[in-house]
Design a binder for this molecule. Structure first.
Ligand SMILES: Cc1ncc(C[n+]2csc(CCOP(=O)(O)OP(=O)(O)O)c2C)c(N)n1
Ligand SMILES: [Mg+2]
Length: 817
């Protein structure tokens, strides 16, 4: 199974040292283990074979992957875990999780029967969609695993600040990891970062079934995993053999058997598991039959007993698993490599193609018979078990993990002060403005500033967070001096580290940034402490961490992403640092309200609103109602700000409350159009000066033209879709902000839109009232250059806008015939 000589579990080796669980406890756990395997298999079977299939689309579910984790999850949830522990479950073991919660009384039979159907138990555990207390959503493999590391960091952050509720002890952050998940690069990024932050209280339990989706994993992998974790300061506990196998190793011929197992290639082992007792016997007789004692050892087992012996791997042996878990004495991060068999107990155990394998009707009938489940008792919690229902129910009621319910916390909202910073200067970039706002917040203190925690993947200074960090310091579990300061080396950055620090400095891994924002952004629910996470990165590198960003949003984490610089406007730096598609990502990403302000007063209004929005937890009301309701403003969410390093002349104005509202809603007329105007220029973000220049020029020819500032294409667009839906649903009065905004224009007025990003971010505006659009933007990878050259090359300069205005007028005239 592995050519590397491996230690057994240290716990298992010192079996005598630690008293095992009482026999009666173990007996209950064994019964529940059987029930969990039954329920998880039946849930999937029911969904695939017994429910009406109206569309011919495969329902799916993973019986083999689930079976692989049954013992480990039984031990954890019914014995080892405490309510303050948090778990990321391997996505395709979702049925095991739901079955366990069902036995604990936290999941309904109805939801199990509707596994993978609308509103039923989710195919992959989901914090937001499941009702049974999922700690971390999973689905995109690797991300849930890393999430536990960053959740531990978040836990340390709030506890070291003394903010954790008194009655909430420190928990372990546990990931149940498929072995093939270890192929995902983000795991290593997280390992590295965890080491830097002196990670603790994390368990990664690897379901080492040596199978992925397509294949059996390479034999050489094992030693690598072991070494890698120890390199990063983790304890590695290998749970390889079950009790029965260990007993056999002690008998004559046993050492040869052990050696044979250790030398056996993964593929052969899997194939023999699938083929069963007779095949094991033939192979062992051929390979080691001549070794003294082996023949007798084999003879002492009939085929069934031999198959049971050879599949008695550590990860399927409750006692061994419990001993290993309970033997962990401290908070050192621990990786358990638990040997398992994919599909153990099911007819396709060990078969390399079993990932999506489902028992057919006959196989299920046989499985049901073996489990002694009477017809009609398939969902019964205790049917077919040997212990009385009352005993098992009593046991379940005493399960430590279930002692506290719900395990989700509320945290009071931190008010946003009315005098939120609004820096003023004749010329400023939005990035500079952001830095100044953060520095002012850091200086002025107050409750809001106290709960802000910033993070950046090695671009803290270059995204203008330096001022904030100088005042608020870097978070570290241990105070560490700023050596440069001590050595009196002059530097603009003062980077002292301590538990009081409020900035988490990350290495250059955007995946880590977003997973950390996800963890910090769930702190209110996980740890009962409200945090206001702000993460900065370069806009193009959103793509680098995009799945992790999506993952954080999927869990409804609350944070602010500040992405700067963006677009081709970063000028000479150019090349691979330019972002094109991010405005569309901002629009399409659920759970993320996106803004691209042009001026710093807009940015200030947006940030003040965002810090409140991030904390909202109201109910999303579907259907008719106001714009804010359509935008799900009561529910709140995360926020994305696309900023720029371009210095821009700031307007001299004081924002009225109405204008602030419009900026938040997504747009306002910087220059009002005349009634029935035939043309409007619409811009977003850093190209405001070009839009303004073109606007001034066009007034000679089109005196009534308007100039529309779009601060959030995302929210204008969302409001428009929602209003249309509301009208379709029978509310004729529903009207979106963007419809009102465009209202003063002639119905066939031309629109010229411009953004330093993909033009589709604004071109949809033509659809609102059926207007013709000339949409300018960037569609191709960029060049380096100054803005004059670049804007000319990509046709987003004032000349291009004027050309587009002319084309718009022409198109209008043509349309009128
Ligand atoms: C990011 C991502 N890529 C691909 C998949 C599809 N997928 C689901 S499970 C799986 C293989 C998992 O193997 P392993 O983690 O060893 O779990 P096992 O089924 O063996 O328990 C793959 C490729 C996914 N869920 N997420
Ligand atoms: Mg696997």
């Amino acid at each position: 199974m592995s050519k590397t000589a491996m230690s057994e579990s240290s716990a298992a080796q010192s079996e005598a040292g630690r008293a095992g669980p009482a026999d009666s406890r173990l007996a209950c756990l064994r019964e529940l283990e059987k029930k969990v395997l039954w329920l998880s298999s039946w849930m999937i079977h029911n969904a695939n074979h017994l429910r009406e299939n109206r569309d011919g689309v495969k329902v799916g579910g993973h019986q083999a992957s689930s079976a692989s984790l049954v013992t480990l999850m039984t031990a954890l949830y019914f014995d080892v875990l405490e309510p303050h522990d948090r778990v990321a479950v391997k996505p395709h073991a979702s049925p095991v999780f739901h079955a366990i919660q069902y036995l604990l009384g936290q999941q309904s039979q109805d939801n199990l029967e509707r596994f993978r159907s609308f509103g039923g138990a989710q195919s992959y555990p989901s914090r937001t969609k499941d009702v049974d207390d999922v700690d971390f959503s999973t689905g995109s493999v690797g991300l849930g695993v890393a999430m536990t590391s960053f959740a531990s960091l978040a836990q340390d952050y709030v506890r070291l600040k003394g903010w954790a509720p008194k009655d909430l002890p420190e928990g372990r952050m546990v990931a149940l990891v498929g072995d093939a998940e270890l192929d995902e690069g983000n795991i290593y990024e997280a390992l590295f970062e965890g080491w830097k932050h002196d990670l603790r209280n994390v368990w990664w339990i690897i379901d080492y079934n040596r199978q992925s989706l397509d294949a059996v994993v390479t034999d050489r992998l094992f030693g690598r995993i072991d070494k890698m974790f120890t390199n990063f300061g983790w304890r590695v506990v290998t749970i390889k053999y079950g009790k029965r196998l260990r007993a056999a190793f002690g008998r004559p011929g046993g050492q040869a058997l052990r050696q044979w197992i250790d030398d056996c290639p993964n593929s052969l082992y899997s194939a023999l598991v699938f083929k069963g007792g007779a095949a094991w016997r033939r192979q062992l007789e051929a390979d080691i039959g001549a070794v003294p004692g082996v023949a007798a050892l084999l003879e002492a087992h009939d085929d069934e007993a031999l198959a049971a012996l050879m599949t008695n791997l550590g990860g399927h042996d409750l006692e061994t698993v419990l001993e290993a878990f309970h033997a962990v004495p401290d908070e050192i991060p621990t990786c358990f490599i638990a040997y398992t068999i994919k599909g153990l107990g099911l007819p396709f155990a060990g078969h390399k193609d079993n990932h999506a394998g489902l028992m057919n009707l006959e196989q299920m009938a046989e499985f049901k018979r073996r489990n002694r489940i009477p017809d009609g008792a398939e969902w019964d919690r205790f049917a077919g078990l040997d212990l009385p229902a009352q005993t098992l129910q009593g046991f379940l009621e005493g399960v430590p993990f279930a002692a506290r319910s719900p395990r989700r916390y509320e945290a009071a909202r931190v008010p946003v002060p009315a005098d939120f910073p609004a820096p003023r200067a004749e010329t400023l970039s939005t990035q500079d403005g952001f830095g100044r706002i953060m520095t002012e917040l850091a200086r002025d203190g107050g409750a809001l500033a106290e709960r802000i925690v910033t993070a950046s993947p090695d671009v803290t200074v270059s995204t203008n967070l330096g001022g904030w960090v100088n005042r608020r310091g870097i978070f570290d579990r241990h105070p560490r001096a700023d050596v440069f300061k001590e050595q009196k080396v002059v530097s603009a950055q003062r980077w002292g580290m301590s538990p009081e620090g409020q900035h988490i400095e990350l290495g250059i891994a955007e995946n880590n940034l977003f997973i950390l924002l996800g963890a910090l952004g769930l702190s209110h629910a996980l740890f009962g402490v409200r945090l206001l996470p702000v993460g900065t990165l370069y806009d193009p590198f959103i793509l680098r961490g995009l799945d992790a960003l999506n993952y954080a949003c999927y869990q409804d984490a609350r944070f602010m992403v500040v992405a700067t610089p963006s677009g081709i406007t970063l000028g000479p730096e150019g090349g691979a640092h330019q972002s094109i598609s991010t405005p569309l990502i901002g629009m399409a990403q659920d759970g993320l309200a996106s803004f691209e302000p042009a001026f710093v007063d807009e940015l200030s209004a947006i940030m003040a609103w965002a810090f409140d929005y991030m904390q909202r937890g109201g109910v999303r009301t579907a259907g008719a109602g106001s714009e804010t309701n359509w935008l799900r403003d009561a529910a709140g969410g995360a926020v994305y700000l696309r900023l720029s390093t371009r210095p821009v002349t700031q307007p001299e104005r004081a924002l009225s409350p109405a204008l602030e509202r419009d900026i938040i809603t997504g747009g306002y007329w910087l220059r009002e159009p005349a009634p029935d105007a035939e043309l409007a220029i619409v811009y977003s973000g850093a190209v405001a000066p070009e839009a303004m220049a073109a606007y001034r020029d066009i007034l000679d020819d089109v005196p009534g033209a308007g100039l529309l500032a779009v601060t959030s294409a995302d929210r204008l667009n969302a409001g428009w879709h929602a209003a249309k839906q509301a009208r379709r649903a029978g509310d004729p009065s529903a009207r979106a902000a963007v419809e009102r905004l465009l209202g003063p224009l002639a119905p066939d007025a031309g629109l010229v839109t411009v953004i330093d990003g993909h033009p589709a971010a604004l071109s949809w505006l033509g659809g609102v009232r059926g207007q013709l659009v000339q949409a300018l933007g960037v569609e191709h990878f960029g060049q380096s250059g100054d803005l004059a050259d670049l804007y000319r090359h990509y046709r987003i300069d004032a000349d291009a806008l004027l050309d587009a205005c002319a084309a718009a007028c022409l198109a209008r005239a043509r349309r009128r015939g």
